[in-house]
Ligand binder design. Structure first.
Ligand code: NDP
Length: 256
């Protein structure tokens, strides 16, 4: 029910592109308020403008408060001081969407640069964990809130060339499962969304900006798009308060 999104405040990491950007626009359409976070300020500003347009087009009176904050989730100091940068009318967060994440390279495990290993863990795992810790304290105290984590099929399987990324996403899955159980009997909900192939900037980052190689990944496939995953996220958030969607696994029809 869309009315359950009205006036909710949603904090989304990785809101500057792909799944995160599509999710922001869909929450905006549903009358939510949004804190948009990512490193690229210009890209964030564009997504914020799309949110404003989507909210205006919806004709809803509720919601429509948006703020973009340039933010690196892998930087612990920035996570610690994040709430100081959020205006007071948006500080009471209802939904945390831990979406920022990436894979860099397809190298054999012996050839992966140590810096790349650390960068993936710092964003995909430490950033997600740390931000969750920051907000879940408030969620518990207020006995409300929803943590929605982006996992992946890579958190359920292992494959050659994916050693570090799969390790980070397995960590996300383990963390999310424990969190869900720790919060049982509270009104705080925990959801993991695990996509298969989604065509976003994800592959471009993976192939270090080589657009051709990135496109090649989807050859012969009809990948999902960011909006497909955004619909799952927003659907989980809009369930009645007693319903917790624990996990969602979403594939394109021609991926198994
Ligand atoms: P995109 O590359 O399009 O989006 C990733 C987002 O994360 C960007 O907004 C990027 O913004 C942000 N980000 C990356 N690093 C940081 C950081 N250190 N601090 C803050 N923000 C950061 O990819 P997707 O939309 O596809 O990916 C979103 C999530 O979905 C990821 O967790 C990914 O692992 C997961 N996923 C994706 C799949 C796919 O096939 N695409 C499949 C399964 C899961 P900026 O660069 O501006 O900081």
């Amino acid at each position: 029910n869309a009315s359950r999104l009205l006036n909710k405040t949603v904090l989304i990491t990785g809101a500057s592109s792909g799944i995160g950007a599509a999710t922001a626009v869909l929450f905006a359409k549903g009358g939510s308020n949004i804190i948009l976070l990512a490193r690229r300020a210009e890209a964030l500003a564009k997504v914020q403008a799309e949110c404003t347009a989507a909210h205006q087009a919806s004709g809803l009176k509720e919601g429509g408060k948006f703020i973009s904050i340039p933010f690196d989730v892998s930087d612990r100091k920035q996570v610690d001081s994040l709430l100081d940068k959020v205006p007071s009318d948006l500080r009471d967060v209802d939904i945390l969407v831990n979406n920022a994440g990436f894979v860099l390279g397809v190298e054999h495990v012996g050839d992966i640069a140590q810096d790349d290993v650390e960068a993936m863990f710092k964003t995909n795992v430490f950033g997600l964990v740390h931000l969750t810790q920051l907000l879940v304290k408030e969620f518990k105290a207020k006995n409300k809130g929803h943590v929605i984590n982006l996992g992946s099929i890579a958190g359920r399987e292992a494959y050659a060339g994916g050693s570090i990324y799969t390790a980070t996403k397995h960590a996300v899955r383990a963390f999310t499962g424990s969190l869900l159980r720790e919060l049982v009997n509270t009104q705080v909900r925990v959801t993991e969304i695990d996509p298969g192939m989604v065509e976003t900037e994800f592959s471009v980052v993976r192939y270090r900006g080589d657009e051709g190689a990135a496109k090649n990944v989807y050859k012969g496939l009809q990948p999902l798009v960011g909006e497909d995953i955004a619909e799952e996220i927003v659907w989980a958030a809009a369930r009645p308060p007693h319903v917790n969607i624990a996990e969602v696994l979403v594939f394109p029809v021609n991926q198994a």
